[in-house]
Design a protein around this ligand. Structure first.
Ligand code: GUN
Ligand code: ZN
Length: 442
């Protein structure tokens, strides 16, 4: 048993749909009690500790984090591990960026040694940033999927990932076929899904790179495995949207393409959705599918400004998570991703509150992935994935926080000024998996 003490913050519901006071739980002197990788109890330290049997309290390993805030480990709802090394590729919008930088980089993942090397670096980068779960695109090569699950298993972290399927509009050396996409994905499900904390995700790259035959094959696979997650991209860039209209003239819009093949359903998560129309958002809502907002990517690639307020309109709220979309995105930090989400919202004339941003990065992503009963909050029964944020991470943050008068303002300062330096410790399944070392400190 492990007892982790410090200020505590988590969400019990969606603050876009209810008042923040109803959704946000904050304990100034809180505690998380962990046993067998799960949260046994969490709350106000006094009563929570008093409720434990004295014998359990005595044998527990206790740690106290002062000047810190314990939050649920972040959940990055959308990113590409095969693009780790091309983060920050200069000068292009989506379609040219894909053909110039992305496809050649992903080709290298045919080599299992390269895949293993990048997979380890990728997962370490996530953990250093407080991200304990991600939903990742691998590459078209099944061996790249094996490599990522192997490294995640070694670290004991929860991972959702899948083989990218693409059979057209891409270089020949990066294409599969409808049959290969189906067979490889099915074999990877058998090999990885449900092993430890691994979840396989059915992964058509996006409509332009999958023929109708391939989308049909993956729709059939999704029907065979109704509980599996699905991931893809939608409506990120205006040229992409126009291209999909040409490629699928029989469909009403982009969302209709995925819907026609049974790929809009609960646990289906689509990156971006910047240019979705009202009908498409309502369809997502009806189907229970989710969008993952990726602001650093949308700004970096010049894709557009996702309207978070419109997306979450109470009449038909979109299930929404937050993602980095590395390597289109420019940071592994979900704090920096919240920062950019705030700025994108400002460009749309609205303010994204810190509580809503942190919700999206934790419980919101968990709900999008259908995992809110497993991760994304600090409550009994959930897996003990936690990030300890350092309120003194930098002199500037410390100075700014002297003025903070509410948990919401602490959160806001963290998301605007914080990055990996603000992540003091990370627990995955109750185990300490990262501790920040500061040069010159003991
Ligand atoms: N659309 C299709 N593939 C990709 C990708 O790899 N990154 C981004 N940002 N958008 C995509
Ligand atoms: Zn993406």
């Amino acid at each position: 048993m492990r007892i982790i003490r410090g200020s505590l913050l988590t969400f019990t519901a969606d603050p876009f749909l209810r008042s923040e006071a109803e959704c946000l739980r904050y304990e100034a002197d809180g505690v998380v009690v962990v046993e067998d990788g799960k949260i046994l109890a969490a709350g106000d330290a006094g009563p929570t500790l008093a409720a434990l049997p004295a014998e359990a309290r005595d044998r527990a390993e206790a740690v106290r984090h002062s000047d810190a805030l314990i939050v649920p480990g972040f959940i990055d709802g959308h990113l590409h591990y095969g693009q780790t090394e091309i983060i920050g590729a200069y000068g292009l919008q989506l379609l040219d960026w894909l053909s110039t930088y992305t496809f050649p980089a992903e080709r290298a993942f045919a080599d299992p040694a390269h895949a293993a090397d990048v997979a380890g670096a990728f997962l370490d980068e996530l953990l250093h940033n407080g991200t304990t779960t991600c939903c990742a695109f691998c590459t078209v090569f099944p061996q790249s999927v094996d490599a990522l699950f192997a490294e995640a298993g070694r670290r004991g972290v929860r991972l959702l990932a899948g083989k990218v399927c693409m059979d057209r509009n891409a270089p020949e050396w990066l294409r599969d076929t409808p049959q290969q996409a189906y067979d490889d994905s099915k074999a990877l499900i058998a090999k990885h899904h449900g092993k430890g904390r691994a979840e396989y995700v059915i992964t058509p790259r996006f409509a332009p790179t999958s023929s109708s035959e391939q989308l049909e094959a993956l729709g059939a696979l999704a029907e065979e495995f109704p509980d599996l997650a699905v991931q893809s991209h939608i409506s990120e860039n205006r040229d992409e949207v126009a291209w999909v209209r040409e490629l699928f003239p029989e469909c009403r819009d982009y969302a209709d393409v995925y819907d026609a093949f049974g790929l809009l359903r609960p646990r289906a998560v689509y990156g971006h959705g910047v240019h979705l129309n009202e009908r498409e958002i309502a369809l997502f809502h009806e189907r229970g599918a989710a969008v993952v907002h990726c602001p650093t990517s949308n700004l970096f690639l010049g894709s557009g400004c996702f309207n978070v307020e419109a997306a979450k309109a109470p009449a038909r709220p979109l299930r929404l998570g937050l993602g980095t979309d590395v390597g289109g995105g420019t940071s592994f930090s979900m704090l920096q991703t919240m920062n950019e989400a705030y700025k994108v919202a400002r460009l749309n004339g609205v303010s994204l509150s810190a509580a809503r941003a942190f919700y999206l990065a934790t419980r919101g992503s968990a709900e999008s992935l259908g995992l809110a009963h497993t991760i994304g909050s600090i409550e009994p029964g959930l897996e003990a994935d936690l990030a300890v944020l350092d309120l003194r991470a930098t002199p500037l943050l410390e100075r700014r926080l002297r003025r903070a008068e509410s948990p919401q303002d602490i959160l806001f300062a963290l998301m605007i000024l914080g990055d990996d330096r603000a992540v003091r410790a990370v627990y995955s399944g109750g185990e300490l998996v990262h501790e920040r070392r500061v040069v010159g400190s003991k």
